[in-house]
Design a protein around this ligand. Sequence first.
Ligand SMILES: NC(=O)C1=CN([C@@H]2O[C@H](COP(=O)(O)OP(=O)(O)OC[C@H]3O[C@@H](n4cnc5c(N)ncnc54)[C@H](OP(=O)(O)O)[C@@H]3O)[C@@H](O)[C@H]2O)C=CC1
Ligand SMILES: Nc1nc(O)c(N)c(N[C@@H]2O[C@H](COP(=O)(O)O)[C@@H](O)[C@H]2O)n1
Length: 620
Amino acid sequence: MNDVPPRASDSSASADTLRSASVSPHEDARAGDVVENADQETQPLPDIMRDDAMDEDAPTEPVTAPINLSSALAKQAQQGNAYDSLSQNVTTEPSGSQPRAPGMQAAQSMFENPPNLARIRRVLFECKDPIEISLEEFETYWPFIDNVWVKQRTNASKEGHCTTDYYMCRLRRPTHRTSETRPLPEGKRPRKKRVREGGLCNFQIKVVRFDGAYTTVTIARTPGSGSIHSHDLDYIDRVKRNSGLMEFARRESAKGYLPSSIYTKFQEEPDKLNEAGGRFLTVTDVRNVSAKWRIQNPEVKLIPHDGYQLVKGHGIVKSVGPVSASETVQTQPIPSASSPHLPPDTLSFPNFSLDFLQPYLPNHSEKRELPHVTLSYASSMDSKISLLPGMQTVLSGPEAKLMTHYLRSRHDAILIGVGTVLADNPGLNCRLEGAGGFGGLGRMWQPRPVVIDPMGRWPIHPDCRMLRTAVEGKGKAPWVVVSPGAQINPQRLMMLKGYGGDFLRIVEYNQNWRLRWEAVLRALASEGIKSVMIEGGATVLSELLNPEYTNFIDSIIVTVAPTYLGRGGVSVSPDSKLDQEGKPNAALNPRDVKWTPLGQNVIMCGNIRQREPERPEEPV
Ligand SMILES: NC(=O)C1=CN([C@@H]2O[C@H](COP(=O)(O)OP(=O)(O)OC[C@H]3O[C@@H](n4cnc5c(N)ncnc54)[C@H](OP(=O)(O)O)[C@@H]3O)[C@@H](O)[C@H]2O)C=CC1
Ligand SMILES: Nc1nc(O)c(N)c(N[C@@H]2O[C@H](COP(=O)(O)O)[C@@H](O)[C@H]2O)n1
């Protein structure tokens, strides 16, 4: 694990924050931080309980005791909520199966894929970002993608809690002619095996397993790895079959079925077979699996599946005629591919291009001291973001809403002021299909909500949407930025930590006795946050559009709605500015501006801070 940079928060460089040991090991850490946090996570409860800033005598809130995310999920599983998390889905209805009408017989399917298999195979193939998943998820999905990888070595930590397996893409390893490496038995001809030069793909990953109360597995590219494979997943599926798929074949062989019958049954469900990586499965693959089983069971007479027969010269053919009218069953309308496994609030991934956003988005490979900051909000024609103070107002149409959720997925954190939390009780998660909790693994694509609440005014409790979202595995728990004067009693602190959230205390003020934005951003950077999308509200946005902050703001993405909210509305507007001669001047002019219509809205994108020129990727 030497190649994971230590968290800056472990050094003394970070701002004075309340963050310390996490009660919920898997939720608090960013993917890839597992081992570095390991010691922290097993420490006794933090000293924070004795912090001077705490009001130990303050009345306690009605708290349901510190809650650990995994036990919360287990609790929900017992309650039968099928939509709560991927780990829940793993044990529920498999993907590809269709709803059955009452009384309908179970379909004669030979194999059942785990939910969302195609998408998850792609995620585990691309490894775009480090991903932290439960052991159960790992054991369910890894066999279906193990054909891509060849293990290079394994490292185990001294205490044995952490094991790291290093893998390279199969196409990096050369293959040899059998006859060149091994003498052949007499009379046996060499197999016509295609020789492959090594080094065709420089993709390398590590799989870090951390054994604790809740065992997690983190999958991440290693520093020397290329950023993408030099080929697609189909290419590897053609070269080698994965072991999840072959396990289906092995199980069926062990029931004594003919390889050609097993192969035929696979081919009857081509979508499911493709989903499992079996597009290039051959009858020989199945024969090889069956032959292994036959060595132990030579006496068994192999048979075709029910409803099939072996016809000499034709192979396996269906032996039954069409189903008679009395046997037909009215089925429910077929839902879209994976919808039975997704929460009802899932948003479909935009089917329109969002390429116009690209120049304004964070580039996480860029080395920088402070996070990339994007201001993103929705405004009326008269620059109002809500009808009245404290009133949530919808200004984004459906397309712009999808865009906002996409933007959330592209940032490490989403920041808002306490005024917005009190007005909107927002979820601040990414609800696009494919995000963690919405068909994706772990907390992938889920940003960290950050709330600026200097005085601790937010009466945070388990019913807040942000905490519910975290418990349901649909987002991360919030970090609340407070000043030293905030009254945070220990129960409140422990509750938030129990959900995987935390308080960050900032002790630096500006001349107006407001928290210094630079200190806030530095504290976030020290916690590993590389990009922040600031959504609001009016006070936060108006302040950050002032000249003293333009150096901290990279880009601005405003959704403009075709409506006037009127004078009573809440405006986003920086302070007025005068030029050197004292004449009124524009307060801020974003650069590289692009206007893009999206449904009924227009999206204005612009840069504020001068951008560093993009650096070419370092050679490996
Ligand atoms: N259309 C859109 O895109 C959006 C609309 N909104 C709307 O905006 C409205 C809320 O706006 P608003 O009331 O201005 O609230 P904000 O969300 O801007 O929160 C303001 C509060 O945050 C704290 N704060 C902000 N900056 C600092 C700082 N530098 N130092 C210390 N504290 C700071 C202060 O808390 P304290 O007072 O405790 O000192 C301040 O009063 C709502 O109606 C909401 O619906 C919100 C987001 C997006
Ligand atoms: N982009 C955008 N368009 C609007 O019309 C809005 N009202 C907002 N509001 C912001 O989104 C938050 C709600 O988030 P959830 O849907 O609850 O996750 C709200 O708090 C504002 O920050 N944004």
